[in-house]
Design a protein around this ligand. Structure first.
Ligand code: NDP
Length: 259
């Protein structure tokens, strides 16, 4: 299937590991060029170099904390230096663990900045680049938790729900500019972030913890691989998804309990 991604520039926040890295590999396999943004620029640069060598595309990394205005400005400038973004994947994010009654304002602000303000700031900077190129795609990696909460992470649930609404609203603002905007809500995806959380919650029994999480989720009763999620991101970014905008797509192995 020709996806029409050859030569496009895809900007991926958190593209150095986990789901974001699988998306980067997926785009490169289709001939897209990449800008990977992450705080650990050494890891991001190493992956960019590997991808460039493997797929023969241009792949670069930028050191950026996208939870800050300065970090977002660095991403926007780097994309401009590569000719302007065609695709933005807002993927950087992380799980939380707290209670509403004990979490302080700073904790709420941290996740608001990472999950919501990064998307706001990058839209302000990268959508104009897309407009100048005649169109583009913005995808937000939220979570099934945006609509089906996990009770131990209220801040994650809340900020991911806000991201979904931001995505819907941005979609309508740019619908006349040939820019499509959607959200993807994954379920359980086996990435370093989950393993980190499992070790925090269960110590040496982290694998048994993960097995129980999958069992409790129901449906397929297993974690997805990052690649299984990345395939949907690549498709939604492609010309084959030309009528898809303003929507949220769930990819959760049957975990979602509502229609
Ligand atoms: P990982 O922890 O494996 O990877 C996170 C990536 O984001 C890394 O590249 C990390 O690089 C980057 N990152 C984190 N914070 C920042 C920051 N402030 N600025 C720039 N980059 C940052 O996460 P996953 O692959 O598991 O998750 C990716 C996204 O998918 C997240 O938004 C998550 O909420 C969502 N998701 C994950 C699910 C899962 O089961 N794994 C399920 C549903 C949604 P560095 O540390 O170098 O900055």
């Amino acid at each position: 299937m020709e996806l029409g991604l050859k030569g496009k520039l895809a900007v991926i926040t958190g593209g150095s590991v986990g789901i974001g890295l699988a998306i980067a590999d997926g785009f490169a396999a289709e001939g897209a060029n990449l800008l990977i943004a992450a705080r650990d620029v050494d890891r991001a640069s190493a992956e960019a170099a590997r991808i460039a060598a493997r797929f023969g595309v241009r792949a670069e990394a930028v050191r950026a904390d996208v939870a800050t205005a300065d970090g977002c400005a660095r991403v926007i400038a780097a994309a401009s230096g590569m000719g302007g973004a065609d695709i933005l994947i807002n993927n950087a994010g992380t799980g939380s663990e707290e209670t509403i009654l004990t979490a302080d304002d700073a904790r709420w602000q941290f996740y608001w900045d990472l999950h919501v303000m990064a998307a706001v700031r990058l839209a302000r900077g990268l959508v104009p680049q897309m407009k100048a190129k005649g169109g583009g795609v913005v995808l937000h990696n939220a979570s099934i938790c945006a609509v089906q909460p996990l009770w131990y992470e209220p801040i994650y649930n809340t900020t991911k729900a806000a991201l979904m609404m931001f995505s819907k609203t941005l979609a309508m603002e740019v619908v006349g500019d040939n820019i499509r905007v959607n959200t993807v809500n994954p379920g359980l995806v086996l990435t370093p972030d989950w393993i980190k959380t499992a070790k925090l919650l269960a110590g040496d029994n982290w694998q048994a913890h993960l097995d129980k999480v999958a069992e409790d989720a129901g449906g397929m009763k297993r974690f997805a691989s990052p690649e299984e999620i990345a395939n949907l991101f690549v498709f939604l970014s492609s010309d084959k998804a030309s009528y898809a905008t303003g929507s949220t797509y769930f990819i959760d192995g049957g975990w979602l309990k509502t229609v």
